[in-house]
Design a protein around this ligand. Structure first.
Ligand code: SF4
Length: 413
């Protein structure tokens, strides 16, 4: 298809504000890192960010950097650098590309945001609610920078979430207070924590509403848009900046719905994406689905930054609940129910499962779920690939599979 014949994809106007916000975030991180009076913490994406913010740390998220390495396609060249120092090609490719980037001193942060160095941490904080890899990943940096590593080891793969699960996790969050007081030199301030959680809760609630605009047909945004616009929810939750941004974005998407303006020109099919994005192929996949008149309306991934459990009045309990009940930390049965509900809620014609080679924790095609959904009448397709290691992804094969899947949906009409 020539460029001229390609269906139009509509630009989200709020994108400009989002880019500005993200640039400011990195500049502030850089100046905090270079100011001996400022504090910097590294945190896993679904880690104890609110607690760190309440102590005055600027928070840096290496997984966000991993996604930048994937999107910029620098990752594939950096992964072997980490492999060479003993980190297996089979483990998380965020981890290997990030460590490779650090060792080689090559990063979009350094080139795009004028940062001279990676942010220097005063503390590293993880939560194993997503996987074990994050703990090993942060251990590398704890040794490199000689700074404390603290964290929460969440009960995992939970079926029925019980109060006991939450309370055990709540206790672990409370245990972080003493080391954070020592490292920061600041005394724990409950009022401040409640305020940060209130802002995080507002951010998460607005992000949920943003994603739910896609229940409208035609959908005003795609999964691929969501992967870009989730940036502030990931790195700036707990701030008024993120709240203001999602109010702006939500307003624009509601206007689109009022005017029946879809994200793609001619929405014929609606799909659900499960699993990690293939960061280096976001644009080409977005174009491909758009050309096939198919809108990827919802995903497990973008919904992972909805933390309904936050409760400003019970800060530790709420954090423990919000970060324990997340999808990735649940049993196969709960995950399957969740996807079935999402398919109904967003009126999807099928589900695409991305089986990411280096992220078993966020790949749900390995224990028969696509087959079971098919039996219950939901068409499914499994794409083999990876979040960052493009050597695990065959573009040609994937395009053929996707085209055949859409033809099959056309046959179902
Ligand atoms: S969940 Fe997957 S992508 Fe995220 S840190 Fe763990 S292995 Fe890496």
């Amino acid at each position: 298809m020539s460029e001229k014949d390609k269906p139009e994809r509509k630009r989200i106007h709020a994108t400009g504000s989002m880019k500005e916000i993200m640039i400011n975030y990195f500049h502030e991180l850089d100046s905090a890192s270079n100011d001996p009076n400022d504090l910097v913490a590294w945190c896993t994406s679904v880690g104890p960010a609110e607690l760190l913010l309440s102590f005055g740390f600027k928070v840096y998220y290496p997984e966000n950097h991993g996604a930048m390495l994937g999107t910029s396609r620098m990752a594939t060249g950096l992964i072997p650098v980490a492999n060479a120092i003993g980190y297996s090609p089979d483990i998380c490719s965020y981890l290997t590309s990030d460590i490779g980037s650090f060792v080689k001193h090559e990063s979009p942060m350094l080139t795009n945001f004028d940062m001279k160095e990676f942010p220097k941490p005063d503390v590293l904080a993880y939560n194993t609610n997503q996987c074990r890899d994050v703990q090993e990943w942060f251990s590398f940096y704890s040794r490199k920078f000689d700074v404390p590593l603290i964290g929460v080891n969440a009960p995992d793969k939970i079926d029925n979430l019980q109060e006991e699960h939450i309370h055990s996790n709540e206790g672990q969050f409370k245990l972080l207070v003493e080391p954070l007081e020592k490292i920061s030199g600041n005394v724990y301030n409950e009022g401040k924590l409640k305020e940060v959680i209130r802002l995080s809760k507002n951010c998460t609630e607005l992000w949920r509403q943003v994603l739910e605009t896609a229940a409208h047909s035609p959908s005003p945004l795609t999964f691929f848009d969501g992967c870009i616009h989730m940036g502030p929810a990931v790195v700036l939750r707990g701030s008024q900046t993120a709240v203001d941004y999602y109010e702006l974005l939500l307003k624009e998407l509601k206007e689109r719905n009022e005017n029946n303006m879809g994200a793609i020109a001619n929405e014929q099919f609606r799909l659900y994406w499960d699993g990690m994005p293939i960061w280096g192929k976001l644009r080409s996949l977005s174009n491909l689905f758009s050309e096939l008149d198919t809108c990827m309306v919802a995903s497990t991934y973008c919904n992972s930054w909805i933390f309904s459990g936050f409760d400003p009045e019970r800060p530790f309990y709420g954090m423990a609940k919000a970060y324990t009940e997340i999808f990735i930390n649940r049993s196969e049965r709960i995950k399957e129910q969740y996807i079935e509900n999402m398919v109904k809620k967003y009126n999807c014609d099928g589900v695409i499962f991305h089986d990411a080679k280096t992220c078993p924790s966020n790949s749900n095609a390995r224990y028969g779920m696509p087959e079971r959904l098919k039996e219950s009448g939901v068409p499914t397709l499994v794409l083999d690939g990876d979040l960052n290691d493009l050597r695990c992804y065959s573009e040609e094969q994937s395009i053929t599979k996707i085209q055949a899947f859409i033809e099959q949906l056309q046959g179902n009409i």
